[in-house]
Ligand binder design. Structure first.
Ligand SMILES: N[C@@H](CCC(=O)N[C@@H](CS)C(=O)NCC(=O)O)C(=O)O
Length: 260
Protein backbone atom coordinates (compact mmCIF):
# COMPACT_ATOMS: atom_id res chain seq x y z
CA UNK A 1 0.00 0.00 0.00
CA UNK A 2 1.53 3.26 -1.13
CA UNK A 3 2.78 5.31 1.82
CA UNK A 4 1.02 2.96 4.21
CA UNK A 5 2.18 0.19 6.43
CA UNK A 6 5.92 -0.36 6.44
CA UNK A 7 5.52 -3.93 7.58
CA UNK A 8 7.96 -6.20 5.81
CA UNK A 9 8.74 -8.88 8.29
CA UNK A 10 7.55 -10.29 11.54
CA UNK A 11 9.73 -11.09 14.52
CA UNK A 12 8.49 -13.38 17.23
CA UNK A 13 10.38 -11.67 19.97
CA UNK A 14 12.87 -8.85 19.81
CA UNK A 15 14.92 -10.37 22.57
CA UNK A 16 15.32 -13.68 20.80
CA UNK A 17 15.65 -12.57 17.22
CA UNK A 18 17.07 -9.09 17.52
CA UNK A 19 15.55 -5.64 17.13
CA UNK A 20 13.29 -4.89 14.25
CA UNK A 21 12.29 -1.47 13.01
CA UNK A 22 9.13 -2.47 11.25
CA UNK A 23 6.60 -5.03 12.39
CA UNK A 24 7.24 -6.98 15.52
CA UNK A 25 5.47 -9.43 17.79
CA UNK A 26 6.03 -8.91 21.48
CA UNK A 27 5.47 -11.23 24.40
CA UNK A 28 5.64 -11.07 28.16
CA UNK A 29 9.34 -10.65 28.90
CA UNK A 30 10.15 -8.74 25.72
CA UNK A 31 11.69 -5.34 26.34
CA UNK A 32 9.70 -2.25 25.41
CA UNK A 33 10.45 -0.95 21.95
CA UNK A 34 12.44 2.30 21.88
CA UNK A 35 11.04 5.70 21.02
CA UNK A 36 9.02 5.96 17.84
CA UNK A 37 11.23 7.25 15.02
CA UNK A 38 10.53 10.77 13.77
CA UNK A 39 8.05 10.73 10.87
CA UNK A 40 6.35 7.52 11.99
CA UNK A 41 3.49 6.67 14.29
CA UNK A 42 3.40 3.34 16.07
CA UNK A 43 0.30 1.21 16.43
CA UNK A 44 0.11 -1.47 19.10
CA UNK A 45 -1.99 -4.09 17.44
CA UNK A 46 -2.83 -7.77 17.21
CA UNK A 47 -3.06 -9.40 13.81
CA UNK A 48 -6.61 -10.66 14.24
CA UNK A 49 -8.19 -7.94 16.37
CA UNK A 50 -11.17 -6.19 14.73
CA UNK A 51 -10.70 -3.06 16.87
CA UNK A 52 -7.06 -2.82 15.83
CA UNK A 53 -8.11 -3.43 12.24
CA UNK A 54 -10.15 -0.23 12.45
CA UNK A 55 -6.92 1.65 13.13
CA UNK A 56 -5.02 -0.22 10.42
CA UNK A 57 -7.77 0.58 7.90
CA UNK A 58 -7.57 4.29 8.69
CA UNK A 59 -3.75 4.29 8.66
CA UNK A 60 -3.79 2.66 5.22
CA UNK A 61 -6.66 4.78 3.85
CA UNK A 62 -4.80 7.96 4.76
CA UNK A 63 -1.40 6.63 3.71
CA UNK A 64 0.10 7.34 7.13
CA UNK A 65 3.61 5.99 7.61
CA UNK A 66 3.58 3.78 10.66
CA UNK A 67 5.08 0.80 12.37
CA UNK A 68 3.19 -2.07 13.93
CA UNK A 69 3.96 -3.67 17.27
CA UNK A 70 1.82 -6.77 17.66
CA UNK A 71 1.09 -7.57 21.28
CA UNK A 72 0.61 -11.14 22.38
CA UNK A 73 -2.63 -10.71 24.31
CA UNK A 74 -2.16 -14.09 26.00
CA UNK A 75 1.25 -13.03 27.28
CA UNK A 76 1.34 -9.26 27.60
CA UNK A 77 4.60 -7.51 28.37
CA UNK A 78 4.41 -5.57 31.64
CA UNK A 79 5.25 -2.27 29.94
CA UNK A 80 2.19 -2.62 27.69
CA UNK A 81 -0.03 -0.96 30.31
CA UNK A 82 2.04 2.21 29.87
CA UNK A 83 1.20 2.13 26.16
CA UNK A 84 -2.44 1.19 26.64
CA UNK A 85 -3.82 1.71 30.16
CA UNK A 86 -6.79 -0.65 29.62
CA UNK A 87 -4.40 -3.34 28.37
CA UNK A 88 -6.14 -3.64 25.01
CA UNK A 89 -5.24 -3.00 21.40
CA UNK A 90 -5.22 -0.77 19.45
CA UNK A 91 -3.22 2.03 20.92
CA UNK A 92 -1.03 4.64 19.24
CA UNK A 93 2.31 6.09 20.25
CA UNK A 94 3.70 9.19 18.58
CA UNK A 95 7.35 10.11 18.13
CA UNK A 96 7.00 12.66 20.95
CA UNK A 97 5.65 10.01 23.29
CA UNK A 98 1.92 10.74 23.18
CA UNK A 99 -0.37 7.77 23.77
CA UNK A 100 -3.86 7.50 22.24
CA UNK A 101 -6.16 4.54 22.82
CA UNK A 102 -9.74 3.24 22.26
CA UNK A 103 -10.39 2.52 18.60
CA UNK A 104 -12.95 5.28 17.79
CA UNK A 105 -10.67 7.85 19.48
CA UNK A 106 -7.59 6.42 17.74
CA UNK A 107 -9.30 6.62 14.34
CA UNK A 108 -10.61 10.16 14.87
CA UNK A 109 -7.17 11.26 16.04
CA UNK A 110 -5.54 9.83 12.91
CA UNK A 111 -8.10 11.55 10.72
CA UNK A 112 -7.70 14.92 12.42
CA UNK A 113 -3.95 14.90 12.98
CA UNK A 114 -2.93 13.82 9.50
CA UNK A 115 -3.48 15.51 6.16
CA UNK A 116 -4.97 13.79 3.14
CA UNK A 117 -8.43 12.45 2.54
CA UNK A 118 -10.77 13.41 5.41
CA UNK A 119 -12.74 10.37 6.46
CA UNK A 120 -15.05 12.08 8.97
CA UNK A 121 -17.66 14.67 7.96
CA UNK A 122 -16.99 18.28 8.95
CA UNK A 123 -20.69 19.03 9.38
CA UNK A 124 -21.60 18.65 13.10
CA UNK A 125 -24.98 17.06 12.40
CA UNK A 126 -23.52 14.49 10.01
CA UNK A 127 -20.76 13.80 12.51
CA UNK A 128 -23.35 13.27 15.24
CA UNK A 129 -25.34 10.94 12.97
CA UNK A 130 -22.25 8.80 12.39
CA UNK A 131 -21.61 8.59 16.11
CA UNK A 132 -25.22 7.50 16.64
CA UNK A 133 -24.81 4.86 13.94
CA UNK A 134 -21.74 3.61 15.72
CA UNK A 135 -23.75 3.27 18.94
CA UNK A 136 -26.32 1.18 17.05
CA UNK A 137 -23.51 -0.89 15.62
CA UNK A 138 -22.01 -1.48 19.08
CA UNK A 139 -25.27 -3.23 19.99
CA UNK A 140 -24.78 -5.49 16.97
CA UNK A 141 -21.23 -6.41 18.01
CA UNK A 142 -22.29 -7.01 21.63
CA UNK A 143 -24.90 -9.47 20.34
CA UNK A 144 -22.27 -11.12 18.11
CA UNK A 145 -19.87 -11.69 21.01
CA UNK A 146 -22.69 -13.22 23.11
CA UNK A 147 -23.26 -15.78 20.34
CA UNK A 148 -19.57 -16.53 20.05
CA UNK A 149 -19.10 -17.10 23.79
CA UNK A 150 -22.25 -19.22 24.02
CA UNK A 151 -21.01 -21.38 21.15
CA UNK A 152 -17.67 -21.74 22.85
CA UNK A 153 -19.49 -23.09 25.91
CA UNK A 154 -21.65 -25.38 23.72
CA UNK A 155 -24.82 -23.50 24.69
CA UNK A 156 -27.88 -23.11 22.53
CA UNK A 157 -27.63 -19.87 20.53
CA UNK A 158 -31.17 -19.70 19.09
CA UNK A 159 -32.38 -16.91 21.36
CA UNK A 160 -29.10 -15.00 21.13
CA UNK A 161 -29.24 -15.17 17.34
CA UNK A 162 -32.79 -13.79 17.39
CA UNK A 163 -31.56 -10.93 19.59
CA UNK A 164 -28.66 -10.33 17.21
CA UNK A 165 -30.99 -10.25 14.21
CA UNK A 166 -33.18 -7.59 15.89
CA UNK A 167 -30.15 -5.29 16.22
CA UNK A 168 -28.82 -6.13 12.77
CA UNK A 169 -32.22 -5.45 11.20
CA UNK A 170 -32.14 -1.99 12.76
CA UNK A 171 -28.81 -1.34 11.07
CA UNK A 172 -30.29 -2.47 7.75
CA UNK A 173 -33.22 -0.10 8.31
CA UNK A 174 -30.87 2.79 8.99
CA UNK A 175 -28.95 2.17 5.75
CA UNK A 176 -32.22 1.78 3.82
CA UNK A 177 -33.48 5.06 5.24
CA UNK A 178 -30.26 6.81 4.26
CA UNK A 179 -30.65 5.38 0.77
CA UNK A 180 -26.93 5.66 0.03
CA UNK A 181 -24.47 2.90 -0.87
CA UNK A 182 -22.28 3.57 2.17
CA UNK A 183 -23.14 4.24 5.79
CA UNK A 184 -21.71 7.75 5.52
CA UNK A 185 -23.19 8.63 2.12
CA UNK A 186 -22.15 8.29 -1.51
CA UNK A 187 -18.55 7.36 -0.81
CA UNK A 188 -16.66 5.25 1.68
CA UNK A 189 -15.85 7.06 4.93
CA UNK A 190 -14.88 6.53 8.55
CA UNK A 191 -18.13 4.92 9.68
CA UNK A 192 -17.73 2.19 7.03
CA UNK A 193 -14.23 1.39 8.27
CA UNK A 194 -15.51 1.34 11.86
CA UNK A 195 -18.14 -1.25 10.97
CA UNK A 196 -16.22 -3.35 8.46
CA UNK A 197 -13.99 -5.60 10.65
CA UNK A 198 -17.01 -7.38 12.17
CA UNK A 199 -18.68 -7.92 8.80
CA UNK A 200 -15.44 -9.53 7.64
CA UNK A 201 -15.80 -11.85 10.64
CA UNK A 202 -19.48 -12.79 10.19
CA UNK A 203 -18.62 -16.41 9.55
CA UNK A 204 -16.61 -16.85 12.74
CA UNK A 205 -19.45 -15.34 14.74
CA UNK A 206 -21.76 -17.80 12.96
CA UNK A 207 -24.09 -15.10 11.62
CA UNK A 208 -23.22 -15.21 7.92
CA UNK A 209 -26.72 -16.41 7.01
CA UNK A 210 -28.19 -13.06 8.17
CA UNK A 211 -26.43 -11.11 5.43
CA UNK A 212 -28.90 -12.56 2.91
CA UNK A 213 -31.69 -11.10 5.02
CA UNK A 214 -30.17 -7.61 4.85
CA UNK A 215 -29.88 -6.78 1.13
CA UNK A 216 -28.66 -3.20 1.67
CA UNK A 217 -25.86 -4.27 3.98
CA UNK A 218 -25.06 -7.17 1.68
CA UNK A 219 -24.67 -4.77 -1.28
CA UNK A 220 -22.52 -2.49 0.90
CA UNK A 221 -20.38 -5.51 1.82
CA UNK A 222 -19.75 -6.24 -1.88
CA UNK A 223 -18.65 -2.63 -2.40
CA UNK A 224 -16.41 -2.75 0.64
CA UNK A 225 -14.71 -5.90 -0.59
CA UNK A 226 -13.55 -3.95 -3.63
CA UNK A 227 -11.87 -1.24 -1.57
CA UNK A 228 -8.05 -1.56 -1.79
CA UNK A 229 -7.62 -0.78 1.90
CA UNK A 230 -10.17 -3.41 2.91
CA UNK A 231 -8.42 -5.90 0.62
CA UNK A 232 -5.11 -4.97 2.17
CA UNK A 233 -6.19 -5.74 5.73
CA UNK A 234 -8.43 -8.71 4.89
CA UNK A 235 -7.82 -11.97 6.74
CA UNK A 236 -8.91 -15.29 5.31
CA UNK A 237 -11.98 -16.55 7.26
CA UNK A 238 -10.37 -19.95 7.76
CA UNK A 239 -7.30 -18.34 9.31
CA UNK A 240 -9.54 -16.29 11.60
CA UNK A 241 -11.47 -19.34 12.62
CA UNK A 242 -8.32 -21.30 13.43
CA UNK A 243 -7.00 -18.35 15.39
CA UNK A 244 -10.21 -18.20 17.44
CA UNK A 245 -9.97 -21.91 18.27
CA UNK A 246 -6.45 -21.44 19.60
CA UNK A 247 -7.38 -18.23 21.41
CA UNK A 248 -10.23 -19.98 23.21
CA UNK A 249 -7.79 -22.70 24.23
CA UNK A 250 -5.72 -19.90 25.81
CA UNK A 251 -2.82 -20.79 23.56
CA UNK A 252 0.04 -18.28 23.65
CA UNK A 253 0.65 -19.19 20.02
CA UNK A 254 -2.82 -18.06 18.89
CA UNK A 255 -1.71 -14.58 17.82
CA UNK A 256 1.05 -16.09 15.65
CA UNK A 257 -1.29 -18.42 13.79
CA UNK A 258 -0.34 -18.62 10.13
CA UNK A 259 3.17 -17.20 10.56
CA UNK A 260 6.12 -19.46 9.89
N1 LIG B 1 -12.90 -0.64 23.48
C1 LIG B 1 -11.68 -1.09 22.87
C2 LIG B 1 -11.75 -2.59 22.72
C3 LIG B 1 -10.45 -3.18 22.20
C4 LIG B 1 -10.35 -4.68 22.49
O1 LIG B 1 -11.20 -5.24 23.20
N2 LIG B 1 -9.31 -5.30 21.96
C5 LIG B 1 -9.08 -6.70 22.32
C6 LIG B 1 -8.53 -7.53 21.17
S1 LIG B 1 -9.66 -7.68 19.83
C7 LIG B 1 -8.01 -6.75 23.40
O2 LIG B 1 -7.03 -6.06 23.31
N3 LIG B 1 -8.23 -7.58 24.41
C8 LIG B 1 -7.31 -7.70 25.49
C9 LIG B 1 -7.13 -9.09 25.95
O3 LIG B 1 -7.53 -10.03 25.25
O4 LIG B 1 -6.53 -9.25 27.01
C10 LIG B 1 -11.48 -0.36 21.54
O5 LIG B 1 -12.48 0.05 20.92
O6 LIG B 1 -10.32 -0.12 21.16
Amino acid sequence: MDGGEVTVSVYKCMEVRGPCSVCIQVYGGCPAPGPVPEGLIRVYSMRFCPYAQRARLVLAAKGIKHEVVNINLKSKPEWFLEKSPFGVVPSLETSDGKIIYESPIVCDYLDEAYPGKKLTPADPYKKAQEKILLEHFSQVTTAMYKIMFAKKDNQDTTELKAQFFEKFKKLEELLTKKNTPYFGGESLSMIDYMIWPWIERFNIFDVLEYLEKAPRINAWRSLMLQDPVVKDTFTDPEVLSNFIKLYFQDSVDAVDYGLD
